[in-house]
Design a protein around this ligand. Structure first.
Ligand code: GAL
Length: 895
């Protein structure tokens, strides 16, 4: 079939893009010409027009301001129209009434960058945000307000909440960030998934929802507000869906559009847990189904997850990385094929946008038992909304779904036959030609490698080895060390009878709370233990998150858990013994009702069992309390204060040691690849670089089992499906943003709690050096081809559009070698490709010619390109593995 000359709807899409770009360029100063945002039952209405919107979740404090422009640009390139973020109250108001909008909390700068790139912003103020963020985003001082009960009809809470929400709305207005001021903000959010816990508060919960909605509206922000997972979202507030799939979701009123505020494209991880992975075929299926069935706004939670720097990680027990298996990885690199496949999906959806917005609802056609079509047609008598955007010529777009988890299906739609892979959606922007199928991934796969591994002390464990090695290889020549006292260390200690609630004492200024007492052990106790073989034990009804028991200065046991029972055997000497209980938090609770009551530390009875005269009730004893670590409070991790500690050179045979600080200096590795600290040789603790807290670390190992060798994308996803990393530490690499580094002598300070070997700590560079792709003859031509002027002008016919393989290195890199290329029936996957029975002999030379020395290249998948047909009647594929390297003279020096 030859394309009709100048398919007008496609031409219009192209012209519109150009027009929008021109308009943005022209309006660079204020970003946009002021515009209004409203909505109807079908979609958000932006400047008078319904829109189908793709949104990318990025949480600004989970990256550095220096990373923001690139993250936003990569989101835009991936097809996002909107950036979505929460506002992080605990970061913005660390002390009551003292606001912080600097550095990673410079939300105004972030919003401006979003606007400057021509994207919209969805700001979810909360101020409860969940988000695996410490205390769900609440500042910890909030729990100290007398009479406060969070997230219910409680006057003290409402007052604080209103003050913060108003502060944010006023700030956005002052900075002219709302759409009607020419800014990027098109939508806000109040509360977060309150529907999940509303029933815990009875009638008061209902009152609170009404109050929150009215309070938000009264702030006069002038853009719509959403409440996610809130079936009773009042009045004009839009209730929105969060989940892995939201295609069946309908808001609580016919007048509201179907919005998906959180499409969980991966999941978060816990210390000692596996790493979740959501296959992109399933994710694309979920997204396509959503737009197929009437959805109009979908946000990837997360598009970039980032890092929980400092002690911002929620919990308990959420790891420092918030990579989330997102399309942009923790380090800001594209995670392909996820990013690339979604980019193709977004382009396909955008081709359908004219019909999607014009139709009030889709026309449903049952195609088979588990197959269905939804057709969006522009009715000629359509009135009201302006449908002349891309021209009225586009009259029909359709989605064909096969929701069968196992089998492919052949269906007939409008007289044509279509093959649908299992659990997939095909997108037909003109109701005829398939431009994309969610299960057919043509996008390249990127493999992240450690190109450089720079040991800080070269992993040497004996002095002899050190002497025989070339010392120039080491970034650092030595480690310094200082012990943390296992006792009181400041005037701020105090002594009272009984066990105090952990957070009431620490105010979360530190993870650590020392409880110190003395226990007298008599001769009779000693003989009793010897004779009875009973051992005394610390017994606590309930404890979270970590307890370390020290007797006479020695660590005798650790207990880890979330409100778990403790029975920790201990050994005492005759006479007085120092008993130290160190209670630790590992991220405060971020989900659930009554967070203000949750607290930390110990609950119930705290006893010593196994004594001759019965148990000793420790809650009756005098305890000395000390908050935090000496090194923490002296800030010995900063450049200015680190000399306050009595550092001594660490001898090579001195480790492992508990509660010990280590420091060293290292140079910034050359180049621009993201930098990571490999702490795989350590136990548990925290790390700082030049005073920046890069986060908690812990080498807890994930269970050996429960990972799938082969991840089958078909069927409903949950966070246990397709997980990876079994039997390995959940996290060993910790991101050090480049902007925190200076050229040389960067101060690295580590607090280690349990042991570990600092000599094996190394710096790594995260880079995409291996790229692979595999595209079949039966694949669809690249979606972007439909916007190709030659196609639009009819110079290329639809049937002449060929599938293509596209390879692209990171910016500044080029394809330096082709490790594998086979056009035929290659087997295996990236890094394990092998030739099949059918192989075109010139595969390697054709691909090398087309790709070597280039940042990106495309190779058509057809016999024409490879000269002849290597095996008639067989559907052929092209599989390629390539390596990327530095461009000559680009300033990327390698170690
Ligand atoms: C949602 C919540 C988000 C985040 C997510 C899981 O329920 O709204 O803030 O916690 O779960 O990553």
């Amino acid at each position: 079939m030859v394309a009709q000359r100048g398919r007008p709807w496609i031409r219009c899409v192209l012209l519109l893009c150009l027009a929008i770009q021109f308009a943005l360029f022209a309006a660079a100063e204020t970003f946009f010409k002021p515009f209004n945002v409203s909505y109807d039952h079908r979609a958000l209405i932006i400047d008078g027009k319904r829109r189908m919107l793709i949104s990318a979740g990025i949480h600004y404090p989970r990256a550095t301001p220096e990373m923001w422009p690139d993250l936003i640009a990569k989101s835009k390139e991936g097809g996002a129209d909107v950036i979505q973020t929460y506002a992080f109250w605990s970061g913005h108001e660390p002390k009551r009434g003292q606001y912080n909008f600097e550095g990673r909390y410079d939300i105004v700068k972030f919003a401006n960058l979003v606007g400057a790139s021509g994207l919209y912003l969805h700001l979810r103020i909360g101020p409860y945000v969940c988000a695996e963020w410490n205390f769900g985003g609440f500042p910890v001082w909030l729990r100290d307000i007398p009479g406060i009960v969070f997230r219910t009809d409680n006057a003290p809470f409402k007052e604080e909440m209103q003050r913060f929400v108003k502060k944010m709305v006023d700030l956005m207005r002052e900075e002219k960030l709302f759409s009607w001021q020419g800014g990027p903000i098109i939508m806000l959010q109040i509360e977060n998934e309150y529907g999940n816990i509303e029933s815990s508060f009875g009638q008061k919960g209902k009152e609170y929802v009404k109050w929150a909605a009215e309070m938000a509206l009264a702030l006069g922000a002038g853009v719509p507000w959403v409440m996610c997972k809130q079936v009773d979202a009042p009045g004009s507030l839009i209730d929105a869906c969060n989940g892995y799939y939201c295609d069946g979701y309908r808001p609580n009123s016919y007048n509201k559009p179907t919005l998906w505020t959180e499409d969980w494209d991966g999941w978060y991880a816990s210390w000692g847990g596996r790493l979740p992975h959501r296959p992109v075929e399933d994710l694309a299926f979920a997204v396509a189904r959503f737009y197929q069935r009437g959805g109009s706004f979908q946000n990837y939670y997360m598009y970039f997850g980032g890092t929980n720097f400092g002690r911002t990680s929620g919990g308990p027990f959420y790891i420092t990385s918030y990579d989330y298996d997102a399309p942009i990885d923790e380090y800001g690199l594209l995670s392909d094929p996820k990013w690339g496949h979604l980019k193709d999906l977004h382009a396909a959806i955008k081709l359908c946008e004219p019909a999607l917005v014009a139709a009030d609802s889709p026309h449903y056609i049952k195609l088979g038992p588990k197959q269905e079509a939804h057709v969006y047609r522009i009715k000629t008598h359509h009135e009201g909304l302006n449908i002349t955007w891309y021209g009225t010529q586009i009259s029909c777009s359709a989605f064909l779904a096969n929701i069968d988890e196992h089998k492919a299906a052949s269906v007939t739609f409008l007289g044509q036959k279509y093959n649908l892979p299992p659990w997939s959606v095909s997108i037909l922007p003109d109701c005829r030609n398939v431009v994309f199928n969610t299960a057919k991934v043509g996008a390249q796969t990127t493999i992240k490698s450690v190109e450089f591994d720079l040991p800080l002390y070269s992993g040497i464990s004996t002095r002899q080895q050190l002497i025989t090695k070339n010392e120039d290889l080491f970034i650092t020549k030595s480690w310094m060390t200082v012990k943390e006292p296992i006792s009181v260390w400041s005037e701020n200690n105090f002594t009272v009878q009984g066990i105090l609630e952990h957070l009431n004492v620490t105010k979360d200024l530190s993870d650590y709370l020392w409880h110190i007492t003395r226990i007298f052990v008599s001769d009779e106790d000693i003989s009793f233990w010897e004779e009875s073989k009973i051992s005394p034990a610390v017994a606590i009804d309930s404890m979270r998150d970590v307890l370390r028991v020290f007797v006479n200065g020695q660590l005798t046991g650790s207990v880890i858990g979330h409100w778990v029972k403790v029975e920790q055997p201990v050994k005492f000497l005759k006479g007085y013994n120092d008993l130290v209980l160190l209670s630790q938090t590992v991220g405060l609770q971020n989900y659930g009702a009554f967070l203000e009551r949750d607290g930390a530390g110990f609950r119930g009875q705290v006893k010593l069992t196994g004594f001759k005269n019965g148990d000793i009730d420790l809650t009756k004893l005098l305890w000395t309390y000390q908050v935090g670590l000496k090194g923490e409070f002296l800030k010995i991790y900063t450049i200015e204060e680190n000399e306050k500690a009595d550092w001594a050179e660490l001898s090579l045979d001195a480790f492992p040691s508990t509660f010990t600080w280590y420091k060293t200096y290292f140079d910034n590795p050359a180049g621009t690849d993201p930098v990571a600290l490999d702490l795989g040789s350590m136990g548990k603790g925290q790390a700082w670089v030049n005073g920046h807290h890069i986060g908690r670390y812990w080498t807890l190992v994930a269970p050996k089992h429960g990972c799938q060798e082969i991840c089958d994308y078909r069927g409903a996803y949950n966070s246990d499906k397709c997980s990876t990393n079994c039997g390995k530490p959940t996290q060993t690499w910790y991101h050090i943003p480049r902007s925190w580094l200076q050229a040389s002598s960067n101060l690295l300070v580590i607090l280690e709690e349990t042991g570990g070997n600092p000599f094996e700590i190394s710096i790594k560079l995260r880079a995409t050096r291996v790229i692979c792709a595999q595209v079949s003859e039966s694949h669809y031509p690249p979606v972007q081809k439909w916007l190709d002027p030659d196609f639009i002008d009819g110079k290329i016919a639809v049937n002449d559009l060929r599938p293509e393989m596209h390879l692209q290195c990171q910016d500044g890199m080029m394809i330096t070698s082709i490790e594998f290329a086979s056009y035929g029936t290659p087997q295996g996957s990236c890094q394990s490709f092998a030739r099949g029975n059918c192989h075109a002999a010139n595969s390697l030379s054709i691909v090398s010619e087309g790709c070597l020395g280039k940042n990106s290249c495309s190779i058509g998948i057809s016999n024409l390109i490879f000269g002849s047909d290597p095996c008639r009647g067989v559907i052929k594929r092209l599989a390629v593995e390539a390596r990327c390297g530095s461009l000559p003279n680009a300033g990327f020096s390698q170690f």
